[in-house]
Ligand binder design. Structure first.
Ligand code: SAM
Ligand code: SF4
Length: 438
């Protein structure tokens, strides 16, 4: 029996897919990358923006042909869109066999069995609870691992659907995380990413006293662990001791993803972000003072309801001032059930797209200029495999997640290698291996 799984959206979803695959393998399924050869097809979905939802409808629609030809194939839809849309998915696509929510992953094998026995489509979406075995996964990569440390979100940013589809924050006990990472390192993992919607609120819900910087400190002591990433940091909870621990430990990446969202205090307040532009700039100043070569990346939303041209220009100014290495930029997308969806929105979509383009142009030129500063320098790169560009090129990542393409043998996959940067693009770098291959 073969299982095909397609993942949309963020790294938390990727981690959930590894969990789903682990559960399926325990039921005797084998992973396949060939949809036409699968007995079960799972789409692990995203709903953070309307576009993700629309794309999903296209994807599910495409599965109809497969189901028509092979009636025994099970079509299962999980993830945030399932949590949000529930039965509506089966109403719109009656050929779907199972719809399961983000908190229903542990019972997924049971749902498949029930579907097979009853012959009826099932929708199982609960709103509370916690997956106690979230760390038991079938990892896709042998040298990198995603580790959820806090699941859900309590922040209720007014535009965001995540707290509704992921539930409230639940931290995984530090002992469990440390044991898990030690086991992974024994299995050959050299890089981990600690995941949470707001890693800085890690531990607040636990009985024991435990902070994110404390956890990071403990994890970084694990011998053999070469790289620790973490995301996402919320500016309202970002602590000074976190900066110290990042500076002090060689294996913690000098990369902080700190979503700004907007550069005007008025918009930030309406977004319920709980920090001001000054608070944000103070954090940036402390980071730059203590960790001179630290990559800072961000998320920005353009066209939030009530945002005026003046507010947008404040965002643009801040982008020029901070000089982010990279920014993930989004046009505001109203999500039903959020506070912002009820706010008055006078700006026309065409106008928002114009602002968006303006922001993109400014940020892209900053990214390019910042990348140019790296030319001629040497960095440790984790080789991820052959580059899609072909021609004997490999693709790897620097500790700040920047992609580097360079010539080399694919036997280097999974190893950290020294690479000198020889060419610079806006979104990636070119390099040369700085030592002879074995
Ligand atoms: N938890 C993270 C945080 O606090 O920044 C990010 C989670 S969200 C999956 C990733 C990004 O999507 C957000 O930082 C925000 O910029 C963007 N986003 C969330 N809701 C959005 C919406 N309704 N419209 C446009 N962008 C949105
Ligand atoms: Fe959404 Fe805000 Fe939570 Fe991030 S912190 S997931 S943007 S509600």
């Amino acid at each position: 029996m073969k299982a095909y799984i397609e993942t949309f959206g963020c790294q938390m979803n990727e981690s959930d897919s590894e969990r789903i695959m682990y559960l399926l393998e325990n039921q005797g399924y084998e992973k396949t990358n060939d949809i036409s050869d699968s007995d079960i097809i799972i789409l692990n979905t995203c709903t953070v923006r309307e576009k993700a939802r629309n794309k999903l409808y296209g994807h599910i629609g495409n599965l109809k042909k497969i189901k028509y030809k092979r009636k025994d194939v099970l079509i299962c839809i999980g993830g945030c869109a399932s949590q949000d849309l529930k039965e509506k998915i089966i109403e719109d696509f009656p050929f779907v066999d199972v719809v399961f929510g983000t908190l229903n992953i542990p019972e997924f094998p049971e749902l498949i069995k029930r579907r097979t026995l009853t012959g009826k489509s099932i929708c199982s979406v609960k709103t509370g609870g916690f997956d106690p075995d979230a760390l038991k996964v079938r990892r896709i990569c042998r040298f990198k691992a995603l580790i959820p440390i806090i699941i859900g979100c309590n922040n209720y940013c007014s535009y965001c659907i995540v707290p509704m589809v992921r539930g409230s924050e639940k931290s995984i006990e530090p002992e469990k995380i440390i044991k898990n990472v030690k086991e992974l390192v024994m299995q050959g993992v050299v890089e981990i990413a600690l995941l949470g919607q707001n890693v800085n609120s890690y531990g607040k819900d636990l009985k024991q006293t435990c902070t994110f910087s404390g956890l990071l400190g403990e994890v970084s002591k694990i011998e053999g662990l070469e790289r620790i990433r973490f995301m996402t940091s919320h500016p309202k909870d970002f602590s000074k001791d976190l900066i110290d621990i990042i500076r002090d430990r060689d294996n913690i990446t000098k990369h902080i993803h700190l979503p700004l969202q907007a550069g005007s205090d008025k918009t930030l307040k309406e977004m319920n972000r709980n920090y001001t532009v000054k608070d944000y700039l103070d954090i940036i100043e402390s980071i730059r003072e203590k960790i001179p070569r630290c990559t800072i990346t961000t998320d920005i939303i353009v066209g939030f309801p009530g945002e005026r041209r003046k507010d947008f220009l404040d965002t643009l100014d801040l982008v020029k001032k901070v000089r982010f290495n990279r920014a993930f930029t989004f046009v505001y997308s109203p999500r039903a059930g959020t506070r912002a969806a009820k706010m008055e929105d006078k700006i026309q979509p065409g106008e928002k797209r114009k602002w968006f383009k303006e922001l993109l142009e400014v940020q892209n030129s900053i990214s390019y200029e910042e990348n140019k500063k790296l030319a001629g320098k040497k960095f440790k790169v984790l080789v991820e495999g052959k580059s899609a560009k072909g021609g004997g090129m490999l693709e790897g990542r620097m500790d700040d997640n920047t992609i580097v393409n360079f010539k080399g043998s694919s036997t280097l996959t999974g190893r950290m290698v020294p690479v000198i940067i020889t060419g610079v693009k806006t979104f990636y770098l070119k390099g040369e291996l700085d030592y002879k291959e074995d």
